[in-house]
Design a protein around this ligand. Structure first.
Ligand code: GDP
Length: 432
C-alpha cells in the first residue's frame, strides 16, 4: 500500500439515499476533486455548491456540495476533498468512475482513511478501535463506551501508568548508584519502591477484573432461553423482541438452529438465544441445532428456564419462567408467571431482564478495558510489575518495570503493534 497514492471511496451508506459523501484523500485530492468542478475550488473548510462534470467528455454528473480540507489537520493527515452528492447509484458510480480515471487515484481499501490518520498521528490505536466500535454501536451504553475510547480516555490512562513505571524506574536506577556507605539510603528507597509497586499491582488487578464488564457492554450480554419443547420458548422470545423473530409452531422441535434475537435492555445490548427444543432426536440437522444450543446456553450470561406447568423446572440457577398462565397454569415459588400468548407478565419479565443487565454491566460507570488487546496489555504489565515488586535484585526490578512500561506503551499503539494492525483495520468498511 503506497502512502503517496490518492484514495477515493464512498464514505456514506448504501444508495439510494438523500445524500452520498465521497471522500478523496492524498496529494492529488484537491486537483482530482477540482478537475470535476472546472478547477473552481471552494475556500478551504467551506461547503460550496458546484456543478460536477466528467472531465473526459464534459457530461454533467451532479450538482453537489464540495469541500476541501488542507492537510495535515484532517482526519487522514493528508489533503482531503469531500463531495456531497445526491445519493443515487448512477450519480455515485459516475463520480467514482471519473475520479478513478485520473492517474494516481485509486479506490481505498477497507479502513484505509483511518489507517492513514493513524500513521500520520492524527489518532492513536485505541482511538482507531473506538471509531470502529462507534460505527458498530447499537445501544446507548456501546455508544458511550466507544466515545470514551475515541476521545482518548484509555490512551491517557495507559500513558499515565507508563509514566508511573518510569518514575519508579528512575528511583530504582538511582538506588543502583549509591556508594556502599550509603547502603541504608538505597535500602529505604527500595522499600518505598516496593510499596509503590504493590499498590500499582493491586490497582491493575482491579482494572483487569473489571474488563469483562466492558467487553460485555461492547459485545452484548447473552441470554439463553431453554426448556422442554412446546412450552412457549419461541413465543416468549417473540414477545420480548416485539416481533415475529422465531418460528412458532405447535409441532415440537420446529426450532432447528439457535435463533439469535438482538434486544436493547435499557441501553445495554443483549442477544436472546432461542434454543432448539432440548430433546433427543434422530434428525441430523435438528441434532446439530440442539448441540449448538446447549453450547451457547452453557456459555450464556443468563439462562431463562421456561416451563409450562406440565413439567418440573430443570435447574434452580438463572431466571425461572412459567408460561401459559392463560391456561390456568399454577406459578412456582421464585418463578415469573407469564402468558406469551396473551402478554401477561411479559413487561414484568422484561423489567427483570433490564435490572439484571444494568447490574451486570453498570453502564453508567465507564470501564476502561473494553478490548481483549487492552486487557492483555494491562494483565502483562501487572505481571511484570508483580515480578518487579517481588525482586530483591534491583537489576531484575528495573527489568520488570521496563517490561511494564512497554506493555502500557503498546496500548496506544506507538510500540510493538505492527503485527496486529492488519487485524484491527480489517474491521472497517471501505470509505472509513
Ligand atoms: P417452543 O417449542 O418452546 O419454542 O414453543 P412455541 O413458542 O413454539 O409454542 C408452542 C405452542 O404453545 C404453540 O402452539 C404456541 O401457540 C403455544 N403457546 C405459547 N405460549 C402460549 C401461552 O402463553 N398460552 C397458550 N395457551 N399457548 C401458548
Amino acid at each position: 500500500m503506497s502512502s503517496t497514492a490518492t484514495i477515493v471511496a464512498l464514505a456514506s451508506g448504501r444508495p439510494p439515499a438523500a445524500i452520498a459523501v465521497i471522500r478523496v484523500s492524498g496529494p492529488l485530492a484537491w486537483s482530482a476533486g477540482g478537475a470535476l468542478i472546472g478547477g473552481n475550488l471552494p475556500e478551504p473548510r467551506r461547503l460550496s455548491l458546484r456543478r460536477l462534470t466528467d472531465p473526459a467528455d464534459g457530461s454533467m454528473l451532479d450538482m453537489a456540495m464540495v469541500a476541501v480540507f488542507p492537510g495535515p489537520a484532517t482526519a487522514t493527515g493528508e489533503d482531503l476533498a469531500e463531495l456531497h452528492l445526491h445519493g443515487g447509484a448512477a450519480v455515485i458510480d459516475g463520480v467514482l468512475a471519473a475520479l478513478l480515471a485520473m492517474p494516481g487515484v485509486r479506490l481505498a481499501e477497507p479502513g484505509e482513511f483511518t489507517r492513514r490518520g493513524f500513521h500520520n498521528n492524527r489518532l492513536d490505536l485505541t482511538q482507531v478501535e473506538g471509531v470502529a466500535d462507534l460505527i458498530a454501536a447499537e445501544t446507548t451504553a456501546q455508544r458511550t463506551q466507544a466515545l470514551a475510547l475515541t476521545g482518548g480516555a484509555l490512551s491517557r490512562a495507559a500513558d499515565a501508568w507508563r509514566s508511573r513505571c518510569i518514575d519508579v524506574l528512575a528511583d530504582a536506577e538511582a538506588a543502583l548508584d549509591f556508594a556502599e556507605e550509603e547502603a541504608d539510603v538505597a535500602e529505604r528507597l527500595q522499600i518505598v519502591a516496593q510499596a509503590r509497586l504493590r499498590d500499582m499491582v493491586d490497582e491493575i488487578s482491579v482494572l483487569v477484573a473489571d474488563a469483562s464488564r466492558a467487553a460485555r457492554v461492547r459485545d452484548g450480554l447473552t441470554i439463553a432461553v431453554t426448556g422442554p419443547p412446546n412450552v412457549g420458548k419461541s413465543s416468549i422470545v417473540n414477545a420480548l423482541a416485539m416481533r415475529e423473530a422465531a418460528i412458532v409452531s405447535h409441532l415440537a422441535g420446529t426450532t432447528r438452529d439457535p435463533i439469535e434475537v438482538p434486544l436493547d435492555l435499557g441501553g445495554v445490548a443483549a442477544t436472546l438465544i432461542d434454543t432448539a427444543g432440548l430433546r433427543e432426536t434422530d434428525d441430523f440437522v435438528e441434532a446439530e441445532g440442539i448441540r449448538r444450543a446447549r453450547a451457547r446456553a452453557i456459555a450464556a450470561d443468563l439462562v431463562l428456564h421456561i416451563s409450562d406447568g406440565t413439567c418440573t423446572l430443570e435447574s434452580s440457577s438463572g431466571l425461572q419462567v412459567v408460561n401459559k398462565a392463560d391456561l390456568g397454569t399454577v406459578g412456582l415459588p421464585g418463578a415469573l408467571l407469564v402468558s406469551a400468548a396473551r402478554g401477561d407478565g411479559i413487561a414484568d419479565l422484561r423489567s427483570h431482564l433490564v435490572d439484571w443487565a444494568q447490574s451486570a454491566v453498570r453502564p453508567g460507570e465507564p470501564a476502561l478495558l473494553s478490548h481483549a488487546r487492552h486487557r492483555e496489555a494491562f494483565a502483562a504489565a501487572g505481571l511484570a510489575l508483580a515480578e518487579a515488586a517481588e525482586a530483591d535484585d534491583p537489576v531484575l526490578r528495573a527489568e520488570g518495570l521496563r517490561h511494564a512500561a512497554v506493555a502500557f506503551g503498546s496500548v496506544a499503539g506507538r510500540i510493538g503493534v505492527d503485527d496486529i494492525l492488519d487485524r484491527i483495520f480489517s474491521r472497517f468498511c471501505i470509505g472509513k
